[in-house]
Ligand binder design. Structure first.
Ligand SMILES: [Zn+2]
Length: 537
């Protein structure tokens, strides 16, 4: 009876989570199976003498707690990010984040976190009271003479629990093993990439590299601004009612805006891996074995620069590419994505790089733009939309968005406004340098700033997370694209093949350049695009 109460309490919580859509069926049933057998095994041991001591009950509670934490963790990931706990991005985010990122994450998602923490506490409280109060009845039945064989169910359920671990997908759901298994997997990945880094750094003799060359005999500078978490939906370009790009718009037809661009992925690392290397959505692992554009540019006689405001470029996976630059500048002196490291910190280093006497220069600026937490991304003077009572806030309120969702949107738009300012300033530096120069801006992916619900942040399920753009500027001396700007603008593009566009701007031809994937090329071919395997648009 005692056991049935416990199992029922645990199972009904898991069932509620399943019904709320917080768990998927496969995961929910696996957790349910593991949790039930674990509770049966532990309870069979602790009650084998016919009663249960306080230590025994505590052991049952501890076992239950592990499974409730797992339920809550999985529910949070699924409810708010649309992610399964085995998604590779989860491990990267968990183990590669530094402390300040974790703090900002908690701040940005405080309400959502609180909801799941409270749910788990409530569920665990109910379960705990069942475990704690029921045994009084059990004690009275304790003097039955079956005591001798009482260890049999204990051994039986323990064996079943252990046998379940022979199945690797069940083993991975054991909450006690969850973090160690993922951590060792992640650490393995990092060590593999470190080894690969050494290999690619030494192996500049990749057979394809030999074929690469730049036929341009004049000086050439290419500035690639790698943006972060910018969706085109929040730009006047796509009809957004807020003027978030006043400074760039002042350049008029000097800029070419590409409004039909989608990212390959919804988070930084996998997206950047494909933008900078021959890896694509079809062949996502090529970044491990093929050279990146920094290595290629160096081979073609370019001096390469990587100037970053991302603290994770020091040790994260993107650092593999960054480390291939001749000059690496980690401009985020706060060692964090925190306050005080606004994107303008990269500008003095850009100016220095532009002043470098090398005739061929390839400069990458890696910015934070509108990465969560949004309100850390801009100085106070750009907090223009904080108390806005405009078409955007009215529209959001009409759509039933909560006040805090509207506030997040305002912060996000402030960050976009500041991004506009920093991009314009970087262009001003390029302009006064008087060089034969091309400048291109592409974010790694978009963002969901309360576009589809009250949620703000990285949302794999929202199209806005993928819907970005590109912006292009060239000095008058830089060769004009062979295709008319009006025709270029309407080209649909996905950024997993952006490496070909970069190579085109660098005028590098050879094995790794395919003009059909270069958005500026006459030979450009439109290909079918997909978002998480689904055709886009
Ligand atoms: Zn990103």
């Amino acid at each position: 009876m005692l056991l049935i109460g416990r199992i029922a309490a645990f199972s009904s919580v898991a069932a509620v989570y399943l019904l709320l859509g917080w768990l998927n069926w496969s995961m929910g049933l696996k957790l349910e199976l593991l949790g039930t057998t674990a509770l049966l095994a532990v309870s069979a041991w602790t009650t084998r003498n016919g009663y249960e001591s306080k230590a025994g009950k505590s052991l049952v509670l501890l076992t239950g707690a592990c499974f409730f934490v797992a339920l809550g963790f999985h529910a949070f990931l699924r409810d708010f990010f649309g992610l399964a706990p085995d998604d590779e991005y989860v491990a990267t985010a968990l183990f590669a984040s530094d402390q300040s990122e974790a703090t900002e994450f908690v701040q940005q998602h405080a309400l959502q976190l609180a909801k799941h923490v409270l749910s788990v506490l409530l569920a665990f409280g109910a379960f705990g009271s069942v475990v704690w109060w029921k045994p009084a009845a059990a004690k009275q039945t304790g003097d039955s003479p079956r005591r001798r064989g009482a260890w049999i169910p204990a051994v039986f359920f323990s064996m079943v629990f252990l046998l379940l671990h022979l199945n690797p997908t069940l083993r991975k759901q054991n909450p006690v093993l969850y973090f160690p298994i993922r951590y060792s997997g992640w650490k393995n990945d990092v060590e593999t990439t470190r080894r690969l880094q050494a290999v690619t750094a030494v192996a500049n003799n990749d057979s394809g590299l030999v074929s690469l060359g730049c036929a341009d005999d004049q000086p050439r500078t290419v500035v690639f601004v790698l943006g972060e978490s910018i969706t085109r939906l929040n730009l006047p370009l796509t009809g957004y009612p807020r003027n978030t790009t006043p400074e760039l718009d002042s350049l008029g037809s000097e800029l070419i805006w590409f409004p039909d661009v989608v990212s390959s992925d919804y988070s930084t690392t996998p997206s950047v891996q494909k933008m900078l290397t021959p890896a694509t959505l079809e062949q996502p692992n090529l970044w491990r074995t093929k050279p990146d554009v920094l290595v290629m540019a160096k081979k073609a006689g370019y001096k390469t620069f990587w100037i970053s405001n991302h603290s994770t470029d020091a040790n994260g996976q993107v650092s593999i590419f960054a480390s291939h630059a001749d000059v690496l500048v980690l401009a985020n002196k706060g060692a964090s994505r925190g306050e005080g490291s606004y994107d303008e910190v990269v500008l003095p280093y850009l100016q220095t790089a532009l002043g470098d006497p090398a005739p061929r220069k390839f400069i990458v600026l890696h910015l934070l733009n509108a990465h969560p937490a949004y309100y850390f991304r801009y100085p106070k003077s750009f907090a223009r939309f904080n108390d806005a009572d405009d078409a955007v806030t009215k529209g959001m309120k009409a759509a039933g968005r909560r006040f805090w969702a509207v506030r997040m949107r305002n912060y996000y738009d402030n960050a976009v406004l500041y991004t506009d300012h920093v991009l314009k300033r970087s262009l001003d530096l390029c302009r006064v340098s008087g060089q034969r120069l091309a400048w291109i801006y592409v974010p790694d992916h978009g963002q969901d700033a309360a576009h589809t619900s009250n949620f703000s942040g990285h949302n794999a399920r929202s199209r806005s997370q993928f819907e970005t753009l590109m912006i292009f500027w060239r000095s008058p001396s830089f060769p004009a694209p062979a295709v008319d700007a009006g025709a270029l603008r309407t080209r649909p593009y996905q950024t997993d093949v952006f490496d070909h566009t970069l190579l085109g701007l660098l005028n590098i031809s050879g094995d790794y350049y395919d003009p059909k994937r270069d958005i500026f090329s006459e030979q450009f071919e439109q290909v079918a695009r997909t978002i998480r395997g689904t055709p886009y648009p």
